[in-house]
Design a binder for this molecule. Sequence first.
Ligand SMILES: C[S@@+](CC[C@H](N)C(=O)[O-])C[C@H]1O[C@@H](n2cnc3c(N)ncnc32)[C@H](O)[C@@H]1O
Length: 239
Amino acid sequence: MIAVSTQVPHERRILNDAIAWKVVRDLAKEAGRAHTLMSLPTFSKRFAIWQERVRSALNVPETSFSPRMERVLYGLAHAFEPKTTVFLGSYRGYGAAFAGAHALECSGGPESRARLWCCDVSAEDSAFCRNGFGLIAHSDTYVVETLDAFDFIERLERIDCLVLDVDCPMRGKAIYAPLLEAALRKMNSHGIVLAHDVLVPRFSEDLMPYLKSVADPARFLWTRRVSLDDAGLEVSCVY
Ligand SMILES: C[S@@+](CC[C@H](N)C(=O)[O-])C[C@H]1O[C@@H](n2cnc3c(N)ncnc32)[C@H](O)[C@@H]1O
């Protein structure tokens, strides 16, 4: 995991907002979701409020998600409005709180239909995540399980947005390709898959089979690399 400081000066915040918003805008256009895009000022305002809430609830000392990537995850969640977001390798919930913002932030109660499903093999980290989400969202909007990601996928029904951030001690990021295979059967058409860390040099060999899969036009409509930090994110749209 790359440690990223969470303290950012005001000017840098404005720059981060603008850079991330443009990335989200381009991806939303690509997916035919431009109509759901917030204006940049609305995005900046809403993101700042949500980030403050997430940071005070989760108080994560370090995270692999850069300030720009937090914004991209947040913007994509609101642009794509997935009914079901699944986050594999949720750790203490920091990245998931942004990727799952459409469920956590917008859902006011049990009548709302968007849900965030998280899993991690660490019981301690899952408990921390569950506790933090309890401070910022309605309990009906999320599920956090201590489970192996493959077992978790088996329990799920349909998926609109899948986020891969498992870092397996035995298989490293090579686990992304078989996780994708397992989850694809459950993904809805035009669902999106977000794979974190695709630019990290030490993961490049592990990730080759995954990147080959998402480049297959028989299975994916398009795939785009978000390169606004050292970790990177592959955003792929299921056929
Ligand atoms: C890179 S960390 C995730 C970082 C995190 N998403 C964040 O918000 O900063 C990778 C996580 O994958 C989890 N993990 C490793 N193997 C797993 C598996 N087979 N199934 C589910 N989670 C797993 C680890 O416990 C660890 O928390």
